[in-house]
Design a protein around this ligand. Structure first.
Ligand SMILES: Nc1nc2c(ncn2[C@@H]2O[C@H](COP(=O)(O)OP(=O)(O)O)[C@@H](O)[C@H]2O)c(=O)[nH]1
Ligand SMILES: [Mg+2]
Length: 348
């Protein structure tokens, strides 16, 4: 494997872009909702041929979007069920869209799969009051299937696609311990929604989750007194964390107090998010995100051995930078050359 060029190794079989897909992408870039939904379904599929198609779709998007310079800020919103995430996201999107005429926003809600029905829970979808007719807002619900911690490659691909088309991509996930890290690996900005004085933060502190978010939202602050008390409690907790993890207290993470019911704090949150979109610092984790989801998938499918193979591919690569698809294809080629079907072994 000496001096191998991963990009070259991966690109040998990349198929050409068909007219149908090109048309679909062109329509998606004009904000037509059906083509966007169709493209998401295409990039979500997990198979070798689907990976090649994804490669073609993202490559083309990359070439046409470059001029438009559209690259969405990805905002992950997590928290316990019932914290008011869906309601807040509905209001937040509305505010962001009202504040700017040429803004385009997509929302992906990751529903915890219902093991019993096998489908995504419809509850969240029906509760959210989105202005669904607005061309500038796109909503998609994605089942989390059996993915540990809720998120996987599938969501990562959908998010990457949407990043090319929209200005802001919001992802809603339920915080159940593992998924805070997962959402952080998908988002440029990770927000944790807390309910006031419910003990959420004590639980989260114990689990080491409070260290992850970039921003906190104490939601359902319908009363001023409640808001104040919650704010001080949260600030005190965060200070403790910063001391124990030796974090610089200058990096004090923003805390927003919101109430969808009383329409409080949401305007400020919307403005804050829009301002981060202009800051190149907001996008600094992009490189490690793809690596995280690729390694997670490799581990799930091939275990520690798969990771070793992947590391050796990387170590021997002469390419400085290569895309997620390049890495994935190089890995697939390598592993398939190593794993032989059972028939090829002599039977006794
Ligand atoms: N009092 C109050 N209730 C709210 C607020 N926002 C949402 N809720 C309610 O909290 C419940 C859960 O909201 P939902 O958005 O579905 O929470 P999610 O599970 O975190 O997505 C619903 O009954 C909402 O009406 C708020 O600001 N104040
Ligand atoms: Mg919800």
């Amino acid at each position: 494997m000496n001096g191998m060029n991963v990009a070259a190794m991966a690109s040998q079989t990349t198929p050409a872009l068909s007219d149908d897909i090109k048309q679909l992408i062109d329509r998606a870039l004009k904000m037509e909702k059906w083509p966007i939904a169709r493209l998401i379904s295409m990039v979500e599929v997990e198979s070798d041929s689907a990976a090649e198609q994804r490669h073609v779709i993202l490559d083309y998007l990359d070439s046409v979007v470059e001029e438009a310079n559209r690259d969405a800020l990805v905002v992950g919103i997590t928290g316990t069920p019932g914290a008011g995430k869906s309601t807040l996201i509905g209001e937040l999107c509305l505010r962001m869209l009202q504040g700017s005429d040429d803004l385009f926003v997509a929302v992906i809600a990751i529903d915890p799969s219902s093991q019993r029905s096998g489908g995504a829970l419809l509850g969240d979808r029906t509760r959210v009051k989105f202005p669904s007719k607005d061309k500038r807002l796109f909503f998609r619900s994605q089942a989390s299937h059996q993915e540990l911690g809720g998120l996987g490659k599938k969501t990562y691909h959908a998010v990457r696609l949407l990043r090319y088309i929209f200005d802001i991509v919001v992802i809603e996930t339920v915080g159940i311990g593992q998924s805070e890290l997962e959402i952080d690996r998908l988002s440029d900005l990770t927000c944790l929604v807390l309910q006031p004085l419910t003990g959420d933060q004590v639980q989260f502190m114990k689990a080491g989750i409070m260290e992850i978010p970039d921003l906190f939202i104490v939601n359902k602050c319908d009363e001023d007194a409640l808001a104040k008390k919650s704010y001080h409690l949260l600030r005190a907790s965060l200070k403790l964390i910063d001391i124990s993890t030796e974090q610089d207290s200058d990096r004090a993470r923003p805390v927003f107090m919101t109430s969808a019911l009383k329409n409080k704090g949401i305007e400020e949150l919307a403005r804050h998010i829009l301002s981060l979109r202009q800051d190149p610092e907001s996008f600094k984790n992009r490189e490690i995100q793809g690596e995280y989801y690729l390694c997670k998938w490799i581990r799930q499918n091939y275990g520690g051995y798969g990771i070793e193979v992947y590391q050796s591919i990387k170590q021997n690569s002469t390419s400085e930078r290569f895309s997620f698809e390049d890495r994935e294809k190089a890995f697939n080629r390598m592993i398939k050359g190593m794993v032989k079907p059972l028939e090829s072994f002599p039977c006794r």
